[in-house]
Design a protein around this ligand. Structure first.
Ligand code: FMN
Length: 168
């Protein structure tokens, strides 16, 4: 099997956030897609190792911010390569609190969504959560960052526990 074929699949770049009993967290995810439009639902694939996974399982709700091409390395490093188990990712990050009480990251974002988890599909390493949207807003018209742009233009890397990681 030539796993490099998987690199032909396209994605965007997103921040998934959640919160439970006063603890907040969030992470970068590229594996996000719209599943249906009415009712509007999205799917996200999250590693069982991530603190965000723990918060999603407990709270059964999340927020989703769509990142723009302006997203900096520092910002992606903070949300994509470090765990919210170890430090507060929201310190020094602009966010608003959503209708569902989850912090929504507004830095480098052009839109956001809030969702209730209605289903979860277990895989060996990740859980695919299905979220029914309860709120959505457009923040600006800046271009969304694609996963391809992140790799080819920003020359960014993907950590091992991301679903689309390919070992060289
Ligand atoms: C470009 C990029 C894409 C990523 N995509 C995903 C993803 O789709 N799902 C996932 O579980 N982790 C993904 N990650 C990894 C998480 O963002 C990373 O493990 C994060 O540190 C987890 O933080 P947490 O422990 O605070 O939840 C990605 C990271 C990067 C940099």
């Amino acid at each position: 099997m030539d796993k490099t074929a998987l690199t032909k699949i396209h994605y965007g770049m997103f921040i998934i956030t959640s919160a439970f009993e006063g603890k907040t967290g969030g992470q970068i995810a590229n594996t996000v897609f719209q599943v249906t439009s009415d009712p509007a639902t999205v799917a996200i694939s999250i590693s069982k190792q991530n603190n965000t996974h723990f918060l999603l399982e407990k709270s059964r709700k999340f927020a989703l911010s769509c990142l723009t091409e302006e997203a900096s390395f520092e910002f992606i490093g903070k949300f994509g390569f470090r765990s919210s188990r170890d430090f507060d990712k929201f310190a020094g990050t602009n966010f608003i609190t959503g209708q569902n009480s989850i912090p929504i990251v507004t830095d480098f974002a052009n839109a956001y969504f809030e969702a209730d988890i209605i289903s979860a599909l277990d895989t060996e390493t990740h859980t695919v959560f299905l979220g029914k949207l309860t709120n959505a807003a457009v923040l600006n018209d800046k271009p969304s960052m694609t996963y391809d742009y992140y790799h080819k233009v920003k020359k960014g890397l993907t950590p091992k526990n991301a679903p689309t990681f390919i070992s060289k």
